[in-house]
Design a protein. Sequence first.
Length: 166
Amino acid sequence: MATNPPPDLELAPVNGRPRSLAAWLSLFHLVFVAVDPCSERSAWLVETAGRVLSNYDQADCRVAWLVAGDADEARQFLGHWSRDILTLVDPDLTAIGGFGLERRPAIVHIAHDGTIVNAVEGWDPPAWRHLTEELSRVVDWIGPAIPIPRDPASFEGDPVAAEPAA
């Protein structure tokens, strides 16, 4: 179950220096989708999650991927999405552990103060829709349709292992 992370938790972009969670939240809420490049279930959701995150690209929130891998794995796994949307890498699972995530994929909405507003682990369309409806209310934006016909059926996410997959 997702838990409020420490404000000094570092998040490292694929191209750049790591910054603390507090720094990432200085202007906007943060909404990210955590994925595992070694997981078929995460792969099933890349296009859907990319569509959801892209919907908020111009809203008053920062959107990102949080990839349980290094920069090369993130780029290979996400393809164009790693260039289109801020991509954070977490090869040692420190950030994923800091957010208390137990399953991936997951979507997480974090407020300015660093508290988790809502989080959904796995792909549960009604729960993702609820999260995006609340996010849309907070940032005064129109949320995406969830699900749409091309989206996968509901599934439980893969458990987060103690060690990254090899």
